[in-house]
Ligand binder design. Structure first.
Ligand SMILES: Nc1ncnc2c1ncn2[C@@H]1O[C@H](COP(=O)(O)OP(=O)(O)OP(=O)(O)O)[C@@H](O)[C@H]1O
Ligand SMILES: O=P(O)(O)OC[C@H]1O[C@H](OP(=O)(O)OP(=O)(O)O)[C@H](O)[C@@H]1O
Ligand SMILES: [Mg+2]
Length: 286
């Protein structure tokens, strides 16, 4: 029988779209028709389970799924025997404590003896213990931000990204206790055959991730500006320079970091570059 690797992804929610996009960008195609809870790839030995994110650590720990994509917050909260093997760079958020806007807050000790509502009792409990604060934790599974407004708790501990949910519920963020992003988790002790498939998958993910942080730029420049342009363009390898038909001019191509983008473009213009074109890169394989 053919060996295949089984991956659990969130069925619906903050992680699902980006998880499926990443898998597709790795050239792994599958059909996840509406309502389907299981699917198989047509061109890679991979099977998909579409689940609630909270259940994924348990499935991976039991070996029902070999891999899973979840938030680091859930990976740590559930405390299951799973290995975090790769940070995926999306669904970035933080787990924070928040109190009603009108409440004066001077520090974590203010929550001593209070009630805190959260879906993350383990992470919160650990943080309070480290801070030497004793508060009662009220576990609720969703819509946590409602709790102070209905007299259920003095504070909440929930996921924050833009902060707009806190704002619209009259709350203010007072402590950030855990930083999270989507991660790939794996069951410990995968067979050699499955490990080989996982390595192939991780190789493709690396190529996709690397490309996302880079841009490909092309420009025309007078030959007397080329030395300065070469100095401006970062990176290990020198840019590709091709003479143009128009005498005294060249075409320059290079890969730059997304983070340095605007500084580099400005410096190139100052150096004399013209007609600068910028394009995304789909994959980068070394
Ligand atoms: N606003 C946000 N911005 C970025 N990432 C987020 C945000 N909210 C949650 N996340 C991350 O995405 C994960 C899934 O969030 P989501 O809100 O979809 O979970 P859920 O409601 O528990 O879903 P499920 O129905 O699968 O149990 C969280 O554990 C967290 O890591
Ligand atoms: O800081 P913000 O950008 O407002 O994001 C934070 C909100 O996002 C998540 O909920 P989500 O919208 O995924 O809904 P859910 O409560 O149904 O999980 C999280 O539980 C917060 O409520
Ligand atoms: Mg959930």
């Amino acid at each position: 029988m053919e060996t295949y690797i089984r991956i659990a992804v969130q069925k619906k929610g903050r992680l699902s779209e980006d998880s499926l996009r990443l898998i597709r960008e790795c050239g792994i195609r599958f059909n996840n028709g509406k309502g389907a809870l299981k699917a198989k790839s047509e061109d890679f030995p991979m099977e998909f389970l579409f689940l609630r994110d909270d259940d994924i650590p348990g499935y991976v720990a039991d070996g029902v799924a070999d891999l899973g994509i979840i938030g680091e917050n859930v990976a740590v909260e559930k405390g299951k025997n799973i290995e975090v093997i790769k940070e995926l760079g999306f669904s970035k958020c933080r787990l924070s404590l928040a109190v009603p806007r009108e409440v004066e807050y001077n520090g974590i000790k203010d929550l001593d003896g209070g009630h805190i509502a959260t879906s993350y009792p383990v992470l919160l409990g650990k943080y309070l213990k480290e801070q030497g604060v004793s508060a009662s934790i009220h576990e609720i599974s969703g819509s946590v931000e409602i709790a102070p407004g209905i007299g259920l708790a003095d504070a909440v501990c929930d996921i924050v990204s833009t902060g707009s949910t806190l704002l619209s519920n009259g709350l203010k963020e007072v402590e950030s206790i855990f930083k999270s992003q989507a991660v790939m988790v794996a069951t410990p002790g995968l067979s050699a055959e499955k490990k080989a498939l996982l390595d192939k998958f991780l190789f493709r993910i690396d190529a996709v991730q690397r490309a996302k942080r880079k841009k490909y730029i092309m420009m025309n420049a007078p030959d007397n500006a080329l030395d300065e342009i070469e100095r401006v363009l970062p990176g290990a390898k020198s840019p590709t320079i091709t003479p143009l038909k128009n005498k005294g001019w060249s075409s320059v191509q290079a890969v730059i970091n997304e983070d340095d983008f605007w500084e580099v473009i400005e410096a190139l213009k100052n150096a004399g570059a013209e007609d600068i074109l910028v394009t995304p890169i789909e994959k980068m394989v070394f």
